[in-house]
Design a binder for this molecule. Sequence first.
Ligand SMILES: Nc1nc2c(ncn2[C@@H]2O[C@H](COP(=O)(O)OP(=O)(O)OP(=O)(O)O)[C@@H](O)[C@H]2O)c(=O)[nH]1
Ligand SMILES: [Mg+2]
Length: 282
Amino acid sequence: MFIHWFPGHMTKAIRMMSEEIKVVDCVIYVLDARAPESCINPAFDEVIGTKPRLYVLNKADMVSQKEVIKWVDKFRRQGFRCIYSNSISKADAPVIVKNLLELNEDLIERYHQKGVNKTVRAMVIGVPNCGKSTLINSLVKEKKAVTGNKPGVTRGKQWVSIGDYIELLDSPGVLYPDFKDQDKAMRLALIGSVKEDVVDVSELALEAIKYFLAEHPSDLINRYKLGDISNKVPLEVMEEIGKKRGLIMRGGELDYERIAKIIISDFRKGYLGKYPLEKVDV
Ligand SMILES: Nc1nc2c(ncn2[C@@H]2O[C@H](COP(=O)(O)OP(=O)(O)OP(=O)(O)O)[C@@H](O)[C@H]2O)c(=O)[nH]1
Ligand SMILES: [Mg+2]
């Protein structure tokens, strides 16, 4: 499968970000903890320039804490401030606010010396569906930003005030202007950052099975009550899952699309285990 998105849209989005960056003090760079590396968009670096950034490994509840901490350490070793968050629960909100303020400590202090309270403005960026709007909502009492479990939910920009002295800019998720690295594209598709209409669900499910066969076969066996799959190829496993679940079309053929959708949905909901698709290579 060749995953392909619209470079024109992404280039335009990056141009818009280059305008917005001028009015903010810093950036909250949201990464999906299941595939942090793939969520790094090289084009963002140019946009961010020298503005301070806070990396947030979001959806941390979907991977083991041990793995997410390795990623946090990696970003910190690179000299960046980095934390992790489960933005659905509001438990990590105080840590996010604290880090945001610390990130802008010098600026706040400069204003303070002039007798002024600085309002810190941050742009929240990341690939589609990584949880930018949910993270913003976790910081406010009432839900302000629209969220949803598919890419492209946030369409325009929106400012949200957090208390009196923080303002966050929510914006649509952005993928890279190019999609040469198909392994990364596949992982982005698996975590739900790529629109379904440019992805072949059956092939995506086969990729997911391939990953679980290699890394965590027992989770596949337990979830779908399979027999021995050690010598099977992904397609055979997919067929066995279909038979176990009775996903047969009229005429007796297996309904590959339905099987694929179930596998992908189970993966995205974490029913196949809390595993990151990308591990820190130390
Ligand atoms: N398990 C879990 N799910 C999360 C977390 N944060 C967000 N989600 C879910 O991820 C999905 C996408 O969240 P959004 O906040 O809409 O993502 P977004 O980055 O704003 O997406 P776009 O606006 O489309 O770019 C929703 O179903 C959220 O409930 C988290 O920390 N943990
Ligand atoms: Mg959004």
